[in-house]
Design a protein around this ligand. Structure first.
Ligand SMILES: [Zn+2]
Ligand SMILES: [Zn+2]
Length: 502
């Protein structure tokens, strides 16, 4: 009711007489209000209200603290939604935590595949890593002939340190169970082999989403949009990017991509239209990414609508930032036999040029002779491209520990990773031409080594005429039609300016 001047005046008179009445009847007691025990509240604050006259008492502004879905007033429990800025500030802590995270983790991945909204297969992967300690336990289920789910595949990998006749070795235990039965293998591998095995490294989960670099909300949205637009696979901006607070207080960044295309169908059996929808949900709770979910749906539309079909993948990954010691210790890695496959790697430099082959021939801890290394290099495919003379492959190179080639090696104990410098010790009357390619990253490497007789004439036209030679045998070159005659017992390095991405 809107009060006009007259009614206001009337009300005033009425109030006056009522209070007079009260004065005479209830005197000397003050009027007793019936204060409600619970808080009343609105956006401006909270108060206790009289149940009879609605007078407000004890008014105070809200005192918010963090809640789950919303901020909550400590006194009255009034809820206020988090702002976009607050949600972003909460979320970015998790992003920052995961992007360089290199510590212990346990990951639980649950994947389900639906065909026309009916579950058709599912699998689980449980992976845990702490330095060199690691396991991954994968199991898949498919529908069998009786239309029941049945375990179709199991793949268990465990790395543990074991004692091998007094030597501590890292053992890889690998069990596979499929329709051919159970297969268990054991082998000794590099102590750091687990680093190469990981499937679900937490930080890999956010790769390719264009969310790693941005530090403001505006930049984040821009980076995601630009990233997907320039992405060869998507070539389009996401249809939505949302930052939302979940009921458990976590904050999710959800990126949705959709694409629809009319298809050229040659026959009735092929769809006329296809539609994709993909979403990524990067969920942060208490400063860490706790869930990484991904879903993709593909719908195929046909002329005959009864043939329309959908295929949906739902991938849910939960991450804990600790190692599952209990499960790890419970895994038995006994095998009938264990082979030693702990090979080292030798990175050779030939005449101080990078050689594009790593030697992975020798077991770590075993003795390797210079003759064995020489034979390895001399028989590399493409390395000794042409030679007509008889050579003793085990005597073609001398090996050194140092770049200056002063400390010669005749034999050595193989280590996990070694760098060895090699120099030709050519047979009498013989020369070698090493063609070196300058590559994109600024380095250069041996492309092909040609072993030739003394007096052989090198001509540019017979090798790689499409590239210019900028240096021969340590001397700068600016000539196009390069020619030179090889002297005996010399290694010539011909440097090509290729700028190739090799
Ligand atoms: Zn009252
Ligand atoms: Zn309040």
């Amino acid at each position: 009711m809107k009060m006009n001047g007259k009614t206001k005046k009337l009300a005033g008179v009425l109030f006056m007489s009522l209070s007079l009445l009260c004065f005479s009847a209830c005197e000397p007691k003050e009027k007793q209000h019936n204060k409600h025990t619970e808080w009343s509240s609105d956006a401006t604050g909270h108060w206790h209200e009289c149940d009879d006259c609605e007078t407000k008492f004890d008014f105070g502004t809200h005192n918010y603290k963090d809640g789950q879905k919303a901020k909550v007033c400590e006194e009255c429990k009034y809820e206020l939604d988090y702002t976009l800025e607050e949600n972003f500030a909460y979320w970015i802590k998790g992003r920052d935590f995961i992007k360089d995270y290199d510590g212990d983790y346990t990951s639980y991945v649950d994947r389900k595949i639906y065909e026309n909204d009916v579950l058709s297969s599912y699998n689980y992967l449980n992976e845990s890593k702490s330095g060199n300690k690691y396991f991954s336990d994968y199991v898949a289920y498919n529908l069998n002939d009786k239309n029941e789910f049945e375990q179709s595949y199991l793949d268990l990998i465990v790395f543990k340190e074991v004692d091998d006749n007094g030597v501590t070795r890292n053992k890889e235990y690998h069990k596979i169970v499929d329709d051919e039965g159970e297969k268990i293998t054991g082998r000794y591998v590099s102590p750091t082999q687990a680093d190469k095995e990981v499937y679900e490294l937490p930080r890999d989960g956010i790769e390719g989403l264009y969310i790693s670099e941005s530090n403001t909300y505006e930049d984040l949205i821009k980076d995601i949009k630009d990233g997907f637009k320039n992405d060869e696979e998507f070539k389009a901006e996401p249809s939505s990017i949302e930052l939302t607070r979940r009921d458990d207080g976590s904050v999710s960044l959800v990126i949705t991509l959709t694409s629809e295309a009319d298809l050229e169908s040659a026959s009735e059996d092929e769809p006329i239209k296809g539609k994709y929808e993909i979403y990524y949900d990067i969920n942060v709770k208490d400063g860490v990414v706790q869930n990484l979910d991904l879903g993709s749906t593909y719908c195929a539309y046909y002329k005959d609508e009864t043939k329309n079909s959908t295929e949906k993948l739902v991938h849910k990954q939960k991450i804990e930032y600790s190692f599952d010691e209990e499960k790890y210790n419970s895994l038995d890695i006994t095998t009938e036999r264990t082979t030693n496959e702990y090979y080292g790697v030798i990175d050779f430099f030939v005449e101080n040029l990078t050689l594009p082959y790593y030697c992975r021939e020798y077991l770590v801890g075993y003795d390797v002779t210079a003759g064995e290394m020489s034979t390895y290099l001399a028989t590399l495919p493409g390395f000794m491209a042409s030679y007509s003379m008889e050579i003793e492959t085990d005597k073609l190179f001398a090996f050194y520990k140092d770049e200056a080639m002063t400390q010669e090696i005749t034999n050595m104990t193989m280590e996990e990773k070694m760098t060895i410098y090699a120099k030709f010790t050519l047979p009498e009357e013989c020369s070698v031409i090493l063609t070196a390619f300058k590559i994109k990253n600024g380095n250069e490497r041996v492309h092909i080594a040609y072993l030739v007789d003394k007096g052989y004439k090198f001509t540019h036209a017979n090798y790689f005429p499409q590239y210019s030679i900028y240096e021969i045998d340590g001397k700068e070159n600016s000539v196009d039609d390069v020619e030179f005659v090889c002297k005996a017992n010399r290694a010539y390095v011909v440097r090509y300016d290729t700028s190739l991405d090799m």
